[in-house]
Design a protein around this ligand. Structure first.
Ligand code: G6P
Length: 610
């Protein structure tokens, strides 16, 4: 994780770096720092805390440097404090470096460097790299040669920016496993972990690939491989604008993103529904469509909220497309020697397209000869680029650390994929038409849920001081229960568990008393009657029931303490609607508890470490 930004140009670098860091804060926010190249020296300012603290620290600097770099950290090695904050310097403060990733062999390298006389100040893995570059620069006055020499000794992942006093107009950048985007402006270059930090300066970008090192000055970027082969980069145009990454009048990004869902679900389907044929088209799969359709099994691998989407995808694909599906935590998949066949298709689901474990699962799948399909949000992200084919969810930039709109768009795309495979495997046209028609109606139904959120806010205020929550659902809404519990944990720090409703009697029922709120996800689907029995079991033990139900409800209103209604839809689409009150409940509880909703403690949006 961590966010990095660099600037080489003619303007004052500091405000550009600070602004960029604020946009990248979703990647980590426990400490921050900047390095400015000024008057033949590297001037470093860094501190524990958020970018706003760095802003305070630098407000009286009167900096005029036109070259610099900045970092916002999510700690892996070394506690978040002033010393461990990046940038880190070599022994003589002539070379500075910022890093996103993990240097896995740092302990061995550190020992070696200490024996050569290097003195370390921090307890980070990163500092090893800058001392290693210092060591290589004894023989190579060209900084890029020293950087390339050092990187050959390193195992692990990195996105780095390096500066030195001998080349004050130049930054060196390199990537392995952690993303870096180069923005080409007017006589200036901005580098960042993600395009949101540079879109206000330029729309022309190129993505650095693994194993590439670039020398950046204000006019020019020269990209080479680690082994010195020159590369010509393709310059692409960004497809989003500044407005999409601002709060637009909402107090938090999370609330804005929850409210965008009618539109974002629509965007996920746009141009893809063939209503007359009862089918869909997914252009990004056209070259591998046969492989996907004929695959004996699909493996869906993901992390966090995306993993919950995968679980729902499994239910959809098995029920409608009649295809065997396995869902894997990407982090487990990668390390447990999975057995794959060349005809298997592995679908990687990732909002950011950069999650290290999901990317590693993709590479494992490809190494074993399977076909890899990416379902990503961030255009041009690593997973999107390395997949054999894929489908963008088109939810637009998601900034709130707790994922919301990406989840409902992932579900929409999984529904599209289900229809595509099901139709090619013999699902009748009229059944396809029914699904497509209902999908097309979802944005209106989402709008209806979002038109009045006062009741959810009231319930949140009622329950904000509870210590535990249980979320229960069955069938398609068991994963919704997991997602509801995850949202609450992430942003309000209340312990919450999601469980299949029927499994409650095998353990969690022991926790139920008058202090235990139980959120039931109970739309009128095929498991409805069974869920009513589970609600009765909770009520018999004095639990407090909050039920997410359909509008035309009669049985549950006699049992539940609180009810939140959502419009009716087909079983497979119900999680797209039921999750919205769950997102809002978590949001309003977190706000009522005074939590930092968009930047919850210890979390980061894009987890680029394993
Ligand atoms: C982090 C985020 C979650 C996200 C997960 C997977 O944990 O905080 O919101 O669901 O990573 O991220 P991805 O970008 O791969 O969907």
């Amino acid at each position: 994780m961590c966010g990095i930004v660099g600037y080489v140009g003619k303007r004052n670098a500091l405000p550009i770096l600070l602004e960029g860091l604020k946009r990248l804060e979703y990647r980590g926010y426990d400490s921050a720092g900047v390095a400015l190249l000024q008057d033949g020296k590297i001037q470093i300012n860094k501190c524990a805390g958020k970018v706003s603290q760095l802003e305070d620290l630098t407000k009286d600097l009167h900096a005029t440097a036109t070259v610099g770099m900045g970092h916002t950290r999510w700690a892996t090695h070394g506690v978040p404090n002033d010393i461990n904050a990046h940038p880190h310097c070599d022994c003589n403060n002539n070379i500075a470096l910022i890093h996103n990733g993990v240097i896995e062999n740092y302990a061995t390298l550190k020992k070696k460097l200490e024996s050569l006389g290097h003195v370390f100040k921090s307890s980070t893995d990163t500092e090893v790299l800058v001392h290693l570059i210092e060591e290589f620069s004894r023989w190579n006055k060209d900084l890029d040669l020293a950087v390339r020499g050092a990187l050959k000794e390193v195992t692990g992942t990195y996105g780095i920016i390096v500066a030195d006093t001998l080349n004050p107009d130049t930054l060196i950048i390199a990537r392995k496993g952690s993303p870096l985007v180069i923005g080409y402006g007017d006589e200036e270059i901005v580098i960042a972990s993600d395009a949101s930090a540079l879109v206000q300066h330029t729309r022309k970008v190129a993505y650095l690939e693994d194993g590439e090192v670039a020398v950046v000055n204000g006019h020019d970027v020269t990209v080479k491989t680690l082994s010195d082969v020159e590369i010509t980069k393709v310059i692409e145009e960004l497809t989003f604008d500044l407005e999409q990454i601002e709060k637009g009048g909402f107090p938090h990004f999370m609330l804005k993103e929850i409210h965008e869902q009618s539109e974002t679900i629509q965007n996920s389907m746009r141009g893809r529904l063939l209503e007359e044929d009862g089918n869909v088209k997914l252009g990004g799969l056209s070259e591998i469509a046969e492989k996907v359709i004929r695959a004996p099994r699909l493996i869906l691998a993901a992390c966090g909220t995306s993993w919950h989407a995968a679980l729902i995808g499994e239910y959809m694909l098995e029920q409608y497309a009649g295809i065997s599906v396995e869902v894997e935590y990407a982090s487990e998949f990668r390390y447990r020697n999975p057995i794959l066949n060349k005809s298997d298709v592995v679908i990687l689901i990732s909002q950011s397209g950069e999650t290290a474990d999901t990317l590693a699962a993709l590479r494992e799948a490809k190494a074993q000869g399977a076909t890899a399909v990416g379902i990503c949000n961030v255009v041009g992200s690593s997973i999107a680029r390395e997949s054999d084919g894929g489908v963008y969810i088109h939810a637009g930039p998601e900034i709130g650390v707790a994922s919301t709109k990406a989840f409902t768009s992932q579900l929409t795309v999984l529904a599209l994929l289900t229809i595509l495979i099901a139709r090619s495997k013999g699902m009748p046209r009229d059944k396809g038409m029914e699904l497509v028609k209902e999908l097309a109606m979802l944005p209106e139904k989402v709008k209806k849920i979002l038109s009045d959120t006062k009741q959810i806010e009231n319930i949140a205020n009622e329950f904000k001081d509870k210590k535990n929550f249980l979320y229960l659902g069955r069938g398609y809404n068991f994963p919704s229960a997991l997602e509801g519990a995850l949202k609450l944990k992430e942003i309000s720090y209340i312990h919450a568990e999601g469980y299949p409703a029927a499994e409650m009697k095998h353990g969690p029922i022991a926790l139920i008393d008058e202090n235990m709120p139980v959120v039931f996800i109970a739309p009128k689907d095929s498991t409805y009657d069974k869920v009513i029995s589970n609600i009765q079991e909770v009520k018999a033990r004095s639990g407090k029931v909050i039920a997410i139900v359909n509008e035309e409800e009669d049985a549950i209103c006699k049992l539940a303490d609180y009810m939140i209604t959502v419009p009716k839809t087909l079983d497979l689409f119900t999680p797209i609607l039921t999750v919205i009150p769950l997102q809002l409940l978590a949001y309003y509880i977190a706000v009522a508890r005074g939590c930092d909703v968009d930047q919850p403690r210890n979390l980061a949006k894009s987890v680029t470490v394993e």
